[in-house]
Ligand binder design. Sequence first.
Ligand SMILES: Cc1cc2nc3c(=O)[nH]c(=O)nc-3n(C[C@H](O)[C@H](O)[C@H](O)COP(=O)(O)OP(=O)(O)OC[C@H]3O[C@@H](n4cnc5c(N)ncnc54)[C@H](O)[C@@H]3O)c2cc1C
Length: 504
Amino acid sequence: MASTESPAGGLKVGIVGAGVAGLAAAIALRRIGHEVEIFERSEFKNENGAAVSIPPNGGRILKRWGFDPVASGGIENIQVRRPKGDSLEPMAPTLSFSNVEELYGDKWFFYHRVDMHRHLREMAEAAGAVIQLGKRVDDVDIDSGEITLKDGTKVQKDLVIIADGQHDRINAKVTGVEIPMKRSGQTAYRCLIPMDDILADEETSFFFKNQPPGFWAPALPAKGVMAVTYPCRNNTILNVLAVHRKLGQHASSEEDIVIDDWNFPATHEDLERVLDGFHPAVKKMFLKSPEVKVYTQMKRDPLSKMTKGKVVLIGDASHPMLLTHAQGVSSSIEDAAALEVFLKDVPASEGGVSAAPSEKLLQRLQEFEAFRLPRLSATQILTDPVVPGPQAAANYAKQEAEIRKYYSGPLPPTGSMPHSPPICQFFFAYDVRKDALEFLETGAPNYKPTETQPEASAPAKAPTEPTPEKPAPSSSTPIKDTAAAAASSVQSKIAALEKRVAGL
Ligand SMILES: Cc1cc2nc3c(=O)[nH]c(=O)nc-3n(C[C@H](O)[C@H](O)[C@H](O)COP(=O)(O)OP(=O)(O)OC[C@H]3O[C@@H](n4cnc5c(N)ncnc54)[C@H](O)[C@@H]3O)c2cc1C
């Protein structure tokens, strides 16, 4: 991929971490002509991870950059089925996402993280980013932009992007305060099951035979256990995440260990205990997995800052989030897309990397923070699920009050359920590039893209859910109409904005 829009003498940028956020930032910055060198501690010899879900707000950015969903084994999410874990009767109506592209401008894909990550890496390298593997960063000097590697090497840059994931420590230097990760109360068991094994067994094949791909999520709410499954890698693997709210085998008390390694082994017996009370066919299917992994889902309060000196935080280093609305990966990609807008015409420091950062760079980093932080904080808080029950209404109100400390734009009505139309509209219709261009031009957040949102003060109401017989278009007509109308004007508006901003 060629660099398309070079500022004269692009910035020399160092990126800490070649995860999704770091690679996305590398692609974005090469597109606008900056020099990029990534320092990644891993050798990527045994890449792991399970599946990731990328809804339209992340997907449309990848598409613009030339990411090929088919080459990455992407599977479209067409429906969400939510049976009771024991009887397998529907607990909630099936939701259809067959028209997600029509509504939100792009498809919703599932990938194996390894496939998606590999493609991003190829794209970053093809665009001219240098990726240094096996190079752990031990420290970054915020003011000078000096990166210190574990082997003692020091490298100085005009700008250092911190993308080293949720265990990042440099954020405390940016904000001036340590904000620890804390337990979410959820422990997640993970497995990957060959789809052929499921389909070859008549006791389990009926779960997926002749069904469009999508989420299949059996739950036992009374036991605090919810399983989320979806296919990846060209529909050859079923990804399973069995999450329990009541602290489980690997986190039985607050004193118990926190497992924050994506590859930590658990046993089939552990999984069987978690699945106590589930239908035998569900247990049989999940226990087909060759391996079981476990991790403690952690969360962190929003940070007060994303940038200081020559440093900017993105991805999980800045805003780790829970899985509820599938925004972890997409919000990292959005960060990169926003950097593509804000750093477009920022030249390298005249005195070289050892010089102080230019006024223009500092200003643009501040603008990036002012643009991204409110929405990211709202997203982090919204993805922390409110547990149903007698306290739910009060807890939803508390959640909204918390969001309002950071974000004044429109929100889905209080209490909107995951996957409901207002939630989808809030997350999936969001066009970060369009908003970033408008912010840069006007210096103010633009909430217009979400003007089709129901009013933030609207009373909570149940999501409109299509049944399998009655698919989404009819039940979601108001959103369809407004979203389609918005989508048709968005492209011409973006083109006009890009022209104007290019002249800034
Ligand atoms: C191995 C792995 C597996 C994952 N599996 C899943 C999954 O199955 N499902 C899911 O939803 N999410 C998964 N995630 C998390 C998901 O990728 C992130 O939440 C999201 O993509 C945001 O990405 P990020 O780049 O900010 O952070 P990450 O994806 O965590 O990437 C951070 C990168 O920085 C590197 N790094 C860390 N410290 C240093 C250092 N000091 N110096 C240099 N490099 C450093 C890490 O090796 C990693 O490559 C996984 C993450 C990892 C690292």
